[in-house]
Design a protein around this ligand. Structure first.
Ligand SMILES: [Zn+2]
Length: 317
């Protein structure tokens, strides 16, 4: 009976990171590279444990090489393709009865097969889309792969001063103007066709948010959404008042509102308004492509191109 077979997969995982000189993060993931192929590894401690590697490539392994690789791996190991350019190498400890958890050997066999088959190493930075990367890091949604140190640092740096620099009053003015522009198409359809298209209600919060950004409103967690919600809701109400007055051929009057719009109409317009607000919120959390917090965590995963931790991760060049 082997003493190393059970409940030591997490030890094997940790010593794999230490012996390889790879980065082990606080959330229990390992980031590194083998033969310059970037990989990330995660340990799932459920049952006897599972280790999953994601290996980034810029091509495909031939069928013969894949078959040969599978023959070389121990019991419990499987190779698969997660997505284009992403191989998975999964180890299920329960299926390797009594065997040692040799994580390094399996990863080595995988990247040896990739190198022998001349599968290119990925080299396009997801931030600037250019080649000649000088580091590896995990960028939101993209997995762990090649980046430029300057791109990651600039992204993390640029987003924070911008958040402080904006102004709440000009943002509100922008949101009011944006909400008016967002209501304009519905004013036109009211006059020309005597109706408002439901989907057009979603435009009001969307454009209010654009206006807020355009006039350099302060970007934090609350101000843009508050300004967008308040101005677009007011814009929606004014638009409906205008519609009521136009369809009845009278002057603007809040008393008309209830006679033209029933509860179902109000509910439908509010749902579309919420939809627009939700889309604006999605844009907010992706300002400049990525959220500031995600770049801070990107810095935490940054390594050299051969997968060794960068000591200066949080410092300037
Ligand atoms: Zn770049």
């Amino acid at each position: 009976m082997s003493s190393t077979s059970t409940n030591t997969l997490s030890q094997a995982f940790r010593s794999f990171a230490q012996e390889g000189g790879f980065r082990l993060t606080g959330d229990g993931k390992v980031y590194g590279a083998s033969r310059r192929y970037p990989f990330e590894a995660a340990l799932i401690t459920r049952g006897q444990g599972v280790v999953c590697f994601f290996v980034r490539v810029d091509g495909v392994l031939s069928t013969d090489a894949l078959t040969a690789l599978r023959g070389k791996l121990d019991q419990g190991w499987t190779v698969g393709i997660a997505a284009r350019g992403n191989y998975t190498l999964t180890y299920n400890a329960a299926k390797n009865k009594g065997g040692a958890h040799d994580l390094a050997r399996a990863l080595d066999a995988m990247t040896a097969a990739l190198a022998a088959d001349k599968v290119p190493i990925p080299d396009v930075c997801p931030i600037c889309q250019k080649k000649h990367c000088d580091a590896l890091a995990k960028v939101q949604d993209m997995g762990f792969g090649p980046v430029h140190r300057a791109c990651v640092r600039n992204a993390a740096k640029d987003l924070r001063p911008a958040a402080k620099a904006g102004s709440v009053p000009t943002g509100w003015i922008g949101a009011v103007l944006g909400a008016l522009v967002g209501a304009l198409p519905s004013v036109v359809t009211t006059i020309l066709m005597g109706r408002i298209f439901l989907l057009a209600y979603a435009l009001i919060p969307l454009l209010a948010f654009q206006g807020y950004k355009l006039l350099r409103g302060k970007i934090d967690h609350r101000a843009p959404l508050t300004a967008t919600a308040v101005t677009s809701l007011a814009g929606l109400f004014l638009l409906q008042l205008f519609f009521a007055a136009w369809s009845q051929g009278t002057a603007l009057s809040p008393a008309l509102y209830g006679t033209v719009f029933g509860p179902a109409d109000v509910l439908k317009s509010l749902l579309l308004w919420l939809f627009g607000l939700w889309m604006a919120w999605g844009q907010l959390s992706r300002t400049s492509g990525y959220a500031a917090e995600s770049f801070t965590s990107t810095l935490d995963t940054m390594t050299t191109p051969d997968g060794k931790p960068l000591q200066s991760g949080h410092q300037k060049d």
